[in-house]
Ligand binder design. Structure first.
Ligand code: UDP
Ligand code: MG
Length: 233
């Protein structure tokens, strides 16, 4: 298998059909073998039924159903463990990321191991944009990193690096950093971002700030304590 596209889904009923249409058009145009893995993270809006119908229409679609909402890191992790493709692509289900950017990411994956999208023109509320900028700045300062946009799900990864990760809740914000620790070469490329038309964002300012701060401390601790020994010849 060449490509696995992993899609985290939480209450995205209206977006799924539009996404599958656009995603399969793009992936078909690449002429390679691929699968699409939608991880339904405990949706309560009937996304499960929509996915069931779509599975009949799209043979490449696989669906993982969580018992309840476990969060974005868990959804990505479940997708990563099921993925068979040499390259794993992640994309949001809400059509804020554009599947038509995928070929652009794949162009870089030869030279790099992880290609991260950067939403240079972002279509979210000003409060979200400002709070993300501040959070990214602090995160980069504290972890001595230079990742412009940790919140963009649209990415391509060589799977052999993903399988080295042991993920914890909240770590989706630190994936580029964790992968660099595993020796991955990471690059960022600009991608388009659209306003959300259907459904609601799952993240506000206040439901992220405290948890993301604790997660940051955990990453600082891990970085300090990372085993880094070399054996004498
Ligand atoms: N999502 C998920 N589980 C969650 C929260 C979000 O699977 O607990 C999915 C959601 O359906 C979407 C993606 O993660 O596909 C990003 O979420 P959202 O669009 O709400 O985030 P934003 O774009 O506002 O940062
Ligand atoms: Mg979104």
């Amino acid at each position: 298998m060449d490509y696995s596209v992993v899609v985290p889904v939480y209450d995205e009923r209206e977006n799924l059909e539009i996404l599958l249409k656009s995603l399969t058009e793009v992936m078909d145009s690449l002429g390679k073998e691929y699968e699409i893995i939608c991880v339904n993270d405990g949706s309560r809006d009937g996304s499960d039924e929509v996915l069931r119908d779509l599975k009949r229409k799209y043979g490449q679609l696989k669906v993982v159903e969580f018992e309840k909402n476990y969060g974005l890191t868990a959804a990505l992790d479940a997708g990563f463990s099921m993925a068979k493709g040499d390259i794993v692509i992640t994309i949001d289900a809400d059509m804020q990321n554009d599947p038509r950017d995928i070929p652009k990411l794949l162009k870089e994956i030869g030279d790099y191991d992880v290609v991260c999208g950067v939403r240079s023109v972002r279509h979210d509320s000003w409060l979200r944009i400002v709070s993300s900028r501040i959070a990214n700045y602090i995160r980069n300062k504290v972890t001595k990193e230079n990742i412009i946009d940790v919140g963009c799900t649209l990415r391509a990864y060589k799977r052999k690096f993903l399988s080295k990760l042991k993920l914890f809740d909240g770590m989706h914000r630190f994936l580029p950093t964790l992968l660099k620790w595993e020796g991955a070469k990471v690059v960022e490329v600009e991608v388009t971002h659209h306003p959300r038309i259907y459904g609601k964002t799952k993240y506000g300012v206040w439901n992220r700030i405290f948890k993301a701060f604790i997660d940051l401390l955990a990453v600082v601790w891990m970085k300090k304590r990372k085993l880094n020994y070399k054996i004498k010849e």
